[in-house]
Design a protein around this ligand. Structure first.
Ligand code: AMP
Length: 416
């Protein structure tokens, strides 16, 4: 089954077409047929498409909105110019899987999209005003382009964390606000944490119930999850993706009193504070240079830049703090697992996160850490470690495609 996987962001669209079915899933032979990104939706769009043979096409053209972006992507997929042997017409795309950011308490697993599900995603807009509307636009665009008959699924970023106990997901504010407004921690990047935990289980050939790990999704957005007995029991992001680790442009944890204080001192509005904490903080805010970890590491090394160095130090320190907290909460773990653009590619960040944890039984194998090829999974701790460290490249799209096929074929979707 050829599944089009869509990830609609505020000004971007990422897509992949993956050919998968129950047999290919079992043998890990799912095939990537095409992928692409459209950035800067709403102005002069930047298009990057790649066909099954790996040929890349780049283009720039005005892209009005998400509907236009999806139109452009789909038209390219079926065009002779794309040269994708498996896709000649719309009929060769059999189903569409959407990444949906917020499923609230309503959606605890992936689901086929029906009018009721659309209503449910709309109800969650309050909780994710920046994300869910774009996801809904993506669903509407697909219905318009393919017709109402095409099966579509929603795979929620929050779903994997629904297993968190109350003590982890509640904020210690008056309980009535949870009851009245569902103010609580939901957690995000769930599809990534779930995929990484699944691959870990496969690598070790153990049942789900024996998975006791801390997963670290370190990309532009960053989050940690404590997975005990195969269930997410805590995670660093909260009501929104702002809480937790230091990220590219998000602050992560701050004392909420900072908000009122700065509003008063600087005359900021609540919107300006929101922008400050979400878009101007984190690595960018501390370094004053960039949110890109590669550039910060280069600045640190080549120019000895103090604030670049401080940003990187704060980034790794916050991760270590969460690892410590989760190890205490979990009564120990078997491994920590790195994923995401930074976790998968940066040996130096992994090394700085894992340093001085020998007392915990974590001994990094420098050789393994430094020589692990980008994009591959593997263990980077020494054989003698009690607490191991792994790198497992995440693949949210694959999981979305697989969930979609299972839903369409009426096969039970595993919790992960
Ligand atoms: P993602 O959001 O998962 O695509 O991750 C983006 C982040 O990964 C950016 O901060 C990049 O600078 C970072 N990244 C990608 N490759 C490397 C690398 N080789 N070393 C350090 N950071 C990297």
């Amino acid at each position: 089954m050829n599944v089009l996987v869509l990830n609609t962001g505020s000004s971007s669209l990422k897509f992949q077409v993956i050919d998968t079915d129950p047999e290919t899933m079992a043998s890990d032979t799912d095939r990537r047929i095409a992928k692409g990104t459209i950035e800067r939706i709403g102005s002069q769009g930047l298009l990057r498409f790649q066909n099954s043979a790996g040929r890349v096409t780049r283009n720039a053209q005005p892209v009005r909105d998400h509907r236009a972006a999806i139109d452009i992507a789909v038209r390219w997929l079926v065009s002779p110019e794309a040269d994708i042997p498996q896709i000649n017409s719309l009929a060769d795309i059999h189903a569409v899987g959407h990444r949906v950011v917020h499923g609230g308490e309503k959606f605890t697993a992936s689901t086929l999209i029906t009018p009721e599900v659309i209503d449910g995603i709309e109800e969650c807009i309050d909780l994710a005003p920046l994300h869910n509307p774009d996801n809904l636009r993506g669903i509407a665009a697909i219905t318009e382009i393919f017709g109402a008959g095409i099966p579509q699924s929603a795979v929620f970023d929050t779903a994997f964390h629904h297993s968190m106990p109350e003590g982890s997901f509640l904020y210690a504010i008056p309980y009535q606000f949870y009851r009245r407004h569902r103010v609580r921690r939901y957690g995000f990047h769930g599809t990534s944490h779930r995929y990484v935990a699944y691959r870990y289980r496969k690598l070790l050939d153990i049942p789900k119930e024996q998975v006791n790990i801390i997963t670290l999704h370190l990309g532009n957005g960053c989050s940690a999850a404590a997975i005990k007995g195969g269930r997410s029991i805590d995670t660093s992001m909260g009501l929104t993706p702002l809480e937790g680790l230091v990220m590219g442009t998000r602050s992560g944890d701050v004392d909420p009193a900072v908000i009122e204080y700065l509003m008063e001192k600087e005359g900021f509005s609540i919107n300006q504070m929101d922008t400050l904490l979400n878009k101007q903080s984190g690595l960018l805010g501390i370094s004053g240079l960039t949110n890109d970890m590669r550039d910060l590491l280069a600045e640190e090394q080549e120019n000895n830049d103090r604030r670049a160095s401080l940003a990187v130090q704060m980034f790794t320190q916050r991760i270590r703090k969460y690892i410590g907290a989760y190890l205490a909460e979990m009564n120990g773990a078997d491994a920590i697992v790195f994923a995401g653009g930074i976790g998968e590619n940066s040996a130096i960040i992994r090394q700085r996160v894992c340093q001085q944890m020998e007392w915990l039984g974590l001994h990094l194998d420098e050789q393994r850490n430094n020589t692990l090829q980008a994009g591959t999974e593997g263990r980077i701790s020494a054989d003698s470690s009690r607490l191991h460290a792994y790198v497992i490249p995440t693949d949210e799209e694959l999981l979305i495609a697989r969930d979609t096929v299972r839903l369409v074929e009426g096969i039970a979707v595993p919790s992960w």
